[in-house]
Design a protein around this ligand. Structure first.
Ligand code: GLN
Length: 493
């Protein structure tokens, strides 16, 4: 039953429930797709046996009439999530071979709801990157190709690059991602799938390897808006083990889905019309505006005046927090330990960290340590925190005039592997549209809008008010229904 890997999460769940096929058949089909997609390098480790085990449990539960919300649905888990007894490496050499004795809250919730695990997904090292090229496991190759670009291998985006490629290639119906400054939304846009970063605090960070704690959020990536709603419902919820977890009930987002946007005002921020963005991106944006109007929304111009400071602010705050969070990798507690001949404790720290971290992670640690140093703390870190407050205020003021904001997700379509690795600033620019919502802790989603002249997907980006994931999902659904986006990567792997 090869058609099973074309099905959405909702279709798989309902099909297993209705007895159209067994959960075991589903798991077998996806396990086979994972194996067949090996060339894409999307997985750091595969766990077909765990997918089958959950499937058998689902089939048994069905026989007893005790199905759970995700029974029969196998998922991929980004390697930033600690998974009990299964390698959790964050795409880094320093954690190679690390098998956590515990499960992250979010992946645990998915499992408790009946989902199986197909494996762990490749990613930029410690989620630092926009192309999945900083991974110690090598880059993920996008299933997409440029129409006339020969065979150039493209990036699926990052840092959740393995997650995006797995869904786009039909190796998983849904996956977890994490988003610190765009890492769910940009790869979703690059690969023609949906991905939502909820309000900061909706999903517990417990057991997710920390990058920048005030920004990190987990979220789902899947082919449809509805599938994202289903997964997010399972992933979200209060967790006393995370001090920033929101103690609020989880809405029934799936049941609340409606593409009727009557009475909604959608803001178009003029500062997001930036120079150098290809016309095709602006054209998709304009089409998105028309689709939302067609769904009943009123479109208003808004201003987010501090937008231009968002990226520099992010690249102070995120490395600062990362430098502190990554201090724990010292060769004593986790993963790699390298002790030079006759070396003392300090030498062990230095050698382990030098061997274990890749170039981008070292760059972030150095930037972070610098902006937190006594002499520069006020000039950089304190200043960045103040600008972050201004960015939050921009959104608060804008949301007095609108309920939602529509922008493009990324300033370009997927680029070729190697194209931007030598220029960190060009790489950081990928997140220019995604980062402001991260700094403000707001829910934001990317949905496919169309394709460019090369046949590559382009994403539309919706930003909502705090805790208003429902409006984001609903506007995403309105776009999905109107864009008619059906493009899939042609199978070459
Ligand atoms: N690309 C951004 C960075 O490199 C965002 C990463 C993320 O969201 N995890 O920091």
């Amino acid at each position: 039953m090869s058609g099973l890997t074309d099905k959405t999460i909702a279709e798989l769940r309902d099909g297993v429930r209705g007895g159209d096929f067994s959960a075991r058949e589903v798991a077998e089909a996806f396990n086979a797709a994972v194996e067949a997609g090996g060339q894409l390098n999307a997985w750091t480790v595969t766990t077909p046996e765990l997918a089958l085990e959950a499937a058998d449990a689902a089939d048994a539960a069905r026989a007893r009439g005790e199905l759970k919300p995700l029974s029969g649905v196998p998922l991929g888990i980004k390697d930033l999530f600690c998974t009990e007894g299964v390698d959790s490496t964050t795409g880094s050499n320093i954690l190679k071979g690390f098998k956590p004795p515990y499960e992250s809250t979010v992946s645990g919730k998915l499992k408790a709801d009946g989902a199986g695990m197909l494996g762990k997904l490749n990613m930029d090292e410690f989620a630092m990157g926009s192309s999945n090229e900083t991974s110690a496991y090598g880059p993920v190759i996008s299933p997409w190709k440029r129409k006339d670009g020969g065979n150039a291998a493209l990036t699926p985006g990052g840092s959740s690059g393995g997650s995006a490629a797995a869904v786009a290639a039909g190796m998983a119906p849904g996956v977890t991602g994490t988003d610190t400054g765009g890492s769910i939304r940009q790869p979703a846009a690059f690969t023609g799938i949906c991905g939502i970063k909820p309000t900061y605090g909706r999903c517990s960070r417990w057991g997710i390897v920390a990058f920048a704690s005030s920004l990190d959020q987990a979220g789902p990536m899947a082919r449809t808006v509805k599938d994202c709603a289903i997964m997010l419902e399972s992933m979200a919820g209060f967790d006393p083990k995370d001090a920033t977890s929101l103690d609020l009930p989880v809405p029934n987002w799936e049941a609340g889905l409606s593409s009727d946007l009557k009475g909604k005002r959608v803001g178009i921020p003029r500062e997001y019309r930036i120079d150098g963005v290809p016309d095709e991106i602006n054209a998709i944006w304009d089409r998105g505006i028309e689709w939302l109007k067609d769904a009943g929304a009123e479109v208003v111009d808004i201003s987010l005046p501090h937008t231009r400071y968002a990226l520099p602010t992010y690249y102070i705050i995120a490395p600062a927090e990362a430098s502190s969070n990554l201090a724990r990798y010292d060769g004593v507690r986790y993963g790699l330990r390298d002790v030079p001949e006759g070396g003392n404790l300090d030498a062990m720290y230095a050698t382990t960290r030098d061997d274990g971290f890749g170039a981008e992670v070292k760059r972030r640690i150095m930037i972070g340590t610098y902006v937190l140093s006594a002499g520069f703390y006020d000039a950089y870190f304190t200043k960045a925190q103040k600008v972050r407050t201004l960015i939050k205020r921009d959104f608060r003021e804008a949301f007095a005039k609108c309920d939602l904001i529509l922008t493009p997700t990324a300033p370009s379509a997927a680029f070729g592997l190697g194209e931007k690795m030598s220029d960190p600033l060009a790489m950081y620019l990928n997140d220019v549209f995604a980062v402001p919502a991260s700094l403000a802790g707001l829910p934001a989603m990317s949905v496919p809008g169309g394709v460019d002249g090369q046949g590559l997907p382009l994403g539309l980006h919706l930003i909502g008010k705090e805790l208003d994931e429902q409006s984001v999902l609903n506007a995403g659904l309105a776009i999905e229904e109107r864009s008619g986006f059906k493009a899939r990567a042609e199978k070459w792997w």
